[in-house]
Design a protein around this ligand. Structure first.
Ligand code: 6YU
Length: 530
């Protein structure tokens, strides 16, 4: 193992200790977290132990944390929305609390103790495509059934074998079985059929909601065995009153000026070959080639680019290619699209305390093939809309979620086309053909973002948590004769139990920073928030 002092001896000539040079690719939460941990290792020292820079392809920090403005001062989240499980075990919650970014309710002990199972709860209204409100009792009962089936699906994490490969297949078989086991009295047959159809339509809506949660086109793509590995923390999901972006802005502001190089996309990471730097006489095992042609040398590179980017560019992003096991992990893990559509109304058509508006298409069933004509039916994939609360802060804004191919198709449409389709949807759902159209629209296009190419990762059929661990393994795999930890991997998709979340991203950045800290035998220090 190399020590920090040894790193300062170049070519046998002792000089001032040369600090290990670290490049971090990507200034999302994983990259920023790693930088902060490495730079503030010695909180009272002005000189950091590492010579560190962050290379960010875009002109801003935050990556998939992106707060935007629809109109006026209201902040809306184009990417991450909630702190999932805001309680002491969640590092994003702790950091946000330390920075004073959360409101009193989110910080309260009571909020932290709620076991909500990962989903925000609150008063909601559910409309059917026949323009009627569905009875809350029925909606809740079907919701409970769906949650209990999901919970069953999570239990296979402890099983040796799975009955079917995907969560979707498991849920559908369980639903079909329940239908077969249902009451059979003939005189109630017709009524039963109608009730059954409505329940299936409601279940279909819950499937779509779950696609948004998992960031996938279909639950048929989500692997059953590892589904229960995703870990949920206690606490009722909370938001940042002034925007999630406050968190990454604060971390970024704590870093020394000039640490982050913006508009600096990396083209290729060349590893495993020593390269001499003439100006210093130092030899570096990694060369990072940027899109602008600049070549930067480093002892260590922490790669935090999204899995979607790796899927699209892994053939050219690394030279030599990644080991086969890692390439397979990148190929097999899932990375889907979840988009948001914000619409602002002059007047609300919902009750003041309503937090969620769901829409159920009465002819749908999770047991039937989904509609194939995206142009005609993409908007039916939207399971519902969150009402941004409170109205004193936001006015009347709804945030629709949509996942999968329909979310990607949405990115090809103009704002006017989307507004027209949504106006029709709201009129159909409320049964009010005169309902005024929304006055403004703002939406995300995560699939088209060249440095993201989707929203977040999931464990797809054909992959497992072992693939996540393989992705997280640093290179070279067996550093017998070469320098260790040349390329390290962080980012949400590298966290086995918290993938797809901001806390998974932050923890992965800290994990890789700690790898380097241990390599140089540096003292463990509590991470300093400045
Ligand atoms: C959460 C939430 N949330 C909604 C939507 C999205 C996401 N997430 P980054 O991408 O941030 O940074 C990488 C940087 O690298 C970036 O800046 C690039 O520009 C740069 N880069 C790329 N290529 C480069 C190159 N070549 N050169 C240089 N730089 C380059 N998470 O906790 N709460 O409410 C949501 C949501 C629409 C898109 C979310 C949520 C996910 C997080 O946003 C995401 O994980 C982190 O921000 C990623 O940080 P990072 O640093 O890794 O990458 C059972 C089971 C189910 C599992 N799922 C459970 C549900 C959890 C998901 N949550 C729900 C969704 C919402 C609403």
């Amino acid at each position: 193992m190399e020590s920090a002092a040894a790193a300062g001896v170049e070519g046998g000539v002792p000089g001032p200790p040369a600090r290990p040079r670290v490049l971090i690719v990507g200034a999302g939460l994983a990259g920023l977290g790693a930088a902060q941990r490495l730079l503030f290792l010695l909180p009272h020292s002005r000189r950091s132990c590492f010579d560190l820079r962050l290379l960010e392809a875009s002109g801003r920090v935050g990556g998939r944390i992106r707060s935007g403005k629809l109109t006026g001062d209201q902040v809306v989240e184009m990417g991450a929305h909630w702190i999932h499980g805001p309680s002491s075990g969640n590092p994003v919650f702790r950091l946000a609390a330390e920075y004073g970014l959360l409101d009193g309710e989110a910080l309260s002990e009571a909020n932290q103790r709620v076991e909500a199972g990962g989903h925000p709860a609150g008063p909601s209204v559910c409309y059917s495509s026949r323009g009627q409100r569905l009875p809350a009792g029925l909606v809740d009962a079907v919701g409970l059934l769906f949650s209990s089936l999901l919970e069953e699906a999570r239990q296979f994490v402890r099983a040796d074998r799975v009955p079917v490969p995907s969560v979707g297949q498991y849920l559908k078989e369980a639903i079909a079985q329940r239908l077969r086991d249902g009451p059979e009295e003939e005189e109630e047959e017709e009524e039963e059929e109608e009730a059954k159809r409505l329940k299936l339509a409601l279940l279909s809506m819950y499937f779509k909601l779950e696609c948004c949660v998992s960031g996938t086109h279909s639950m048929d793509l989500v692997a059953l065995g590892p589904f229960g590995e995703y870990a949920m923390l206690p606490g009722l999901d909370c938001t940042f009153p002034n925007g999630y972006g406050g968190l990454t802005d604060r971390i970024s502001a704590s870093l020394p000026k000039g640490t982050i190089l913006f508009d600096k996309p990396v083209r290729t990471i060349r590893w495993g070959r020593a390269c001499l730097e003439e100006t210093t006489g130092r030899s570096f095992p990694v060369q990072v080639e940027c899109e602008d042609g600049e070549m930067l040398l480093a002892d260590h590179v922490i790669v935090t680019v999204p899995l979607g980017f790796l899927k699209a560019h892994q053939e050219t992003f690394f030279s030599p290619l990644l080991p086969t096991r890692k390439m397979a992990a990148i190929k097999h893990l899932g990375f889907g699209t979840n988009n948001k559509i914000f619409v602002e109304f002059e007047q609300p058509f919902w009750e003041p305390d309503c937090e969620m508006i769901e829409v159920v298409w009465v002819d749908e069933s999770p047991l039937a093939e989904p509609a194939a004509d995206l142009q005609a039916s993409w908007f039916q994939k939207i399971p519902g809309f969150i009402v941004l609360q409170p109205p004193e802060r936001y006015g009347y804004i709804l945030c629709g979620f949509i996942a999968g191919k329909e979310a990607e198709f949405l990115e090809t449409l103009s704002d006017t086309e989307v507004l027209m389709a949504l106006t029709q949807l709201f009129r159909t759902a409320t049964g009010n053909p005169q309902l005024d159209p929304p006055k403004k629209i703002l939406r995300s296009t995560w699939h088209s973002e060249p440095y993201t190419k989707g929203s977040y990762s999931y464990v797809a059929v054909g992959s497992s948590g072992d693939d996540i661990d393989a992705l997280a393994q640093p290179l070279p795999e067996e550093p017998r004769d070469s320098k260790p930890l040349q390329v390290l991997f962080a980012g949400e998709a590298t966290h086995r139990t918290f993938y797809s979340t901001t806390h998974g991203a932050l923890l992965s950045g800290w994990r890789e920073a700690d790898r380097l800290i241990h390599l140089y035998d540096l003292p463990e220090s509590p991470h300093a928030v400045l």
